[in-house]
Design a protein around this ligand. Structure first.
Ligand code: CP
Length: 315
């Protein structure tokens, strides 16, 4: 694969191959010096037009673990303020030697535009584009589920019949979209939960169940519940009466967490709004995979950087 623009269109076999490759890369964490020479002489540019903590730093760690050279562009403080375009910015970075560009942008389709417009030779990895997709987040979520559910028996496995409830601002969530595509391809049973105003209009065409009733969705505890942040920055107007009302109906509160029992995994892509969509007792519990998800992000991004670098060479 030369680019990774989304999980839509990734086959089950391609997805499992990426997860298995990430598992191979995870083995370097046991080493004294956790570095491989795999991407020596490859330059990875993090092209971030939007804020990030986890994704940017984890791509940086992944590239360094593979001995790539890393440059980071952040929108703030750049020549964007002087009116420089996406095309000119990307071409400028390619002229400095970028082989792989990891792109985060507030516009849906920005990564695909860079990949398809014929402006660049570089491989493009989508690190989150508007409300569209965040494929490496979904891959690290699937990786985490496989590890918790199957451990050493994960290799070659999908997530057949694993029940996952995704709760929150589905309409604005690129994490939800990527997870719907990937988890479905891997055979999981996904249920989306959101108030009507935060459910995508076309949700009936997605290969998932959906409901507005969180307590009903959790009444038969799923294998995992994934809580999403309310994305105020992508909202124009009011989608629910008040944060308190939202928490009452759609948060994993301490009461709902206790009622789930001890087997359901608690996931969140971060950043969390503690006390809004998730109670600390759930986020900090042994059932929580939130920090594991962050660690697994490094291995998954190593696998993705390796795959697109190979794809670029082949192309
Ligand atoms: N999950 C995620 O994308 O986090 P960041 O915005 O911190 O990268």
């Amino acid at each position: 694969m030369k680019h990774l623009l989304g999980c839509e269109g990734l086959t089950r076999d391609e997805s499992i191959a990426l997860l298995d490759s990430a598992r191979e890369f995870a083995r370097i964490s046991d080493r004294k010096v956790p570095k491989l020479p795999t991407l020596r002489a490859v330059t990875v540019v993090n092209l971030f037009f939007e804020d990030s903590t986890r994704t940017r730093l984890s791509f940086e760690a992944a590239a360094k673990n593979l001995s790539a050279d890393v440059m980071t562009f952040q929108g703030q403080g750049s020549s964007l303020s002087k009116g420089e375009s996406l095309k000119d910015t990307a071409q400028t970075l390619e002229a400095m030697g970028a082989d792989v560009m990891v792109v985060r942008h507030s516009s849906s389709g920005a990564a695909a535009r860079l990949a398809d417009a014929g402006w660049l030779q570089a491989s493009i990895v989508n690190a989150g584009d508007g409300t569209h997709e965040h494929p490496t987040q979904a891959l690290l979520d699937a990786y985490t589920l496989r590890e918790r559910l199957y451990g050493d028996k994960s290799v070659g496995k999908g997530l057949d019949d694993v029940s996952v409830v995704i709760v929150g601002d589905i309409a604005h969530s690129r994490v939800a979209r990527s997870n719907v595509h990937l988890l479905s391809a891997l055979g999981a049973r996904v249920t989306l939960v959101a108030p009507k105003t935060l459910m995508p209009v076309a949700v009936d065409q997605w290969p998932v169940d959906h409901t507005t009733d969180l307590d009903h969705a959790l009444s038969s505890p799923p294998e995992a519940v994934m809580m999403l942040r309310v994305q105020q920055e992508r909202m124009q107007g009011s989608f629910f009466p008040s944060p308190r009302e939202y928490t009452k109906h759609y948060a994993l509160t301490a009461e709902r967490f206790r009622a789930l029992g001890e087997k359901t995994l608690v996931m969140h892509p971060g950043p969390m709004n503690r006390g809004v969509e998730i109670a600390s007792v759930a986020a900090d519990s042994t059932q929580s995979t939130i920090l594991e998800q962050v660690t697994h992000g490094v291995w998954v991004r190593m696998a993705v950087l390796y795959a697109v670098s190979q794809g670029r060479k082949d192309a």
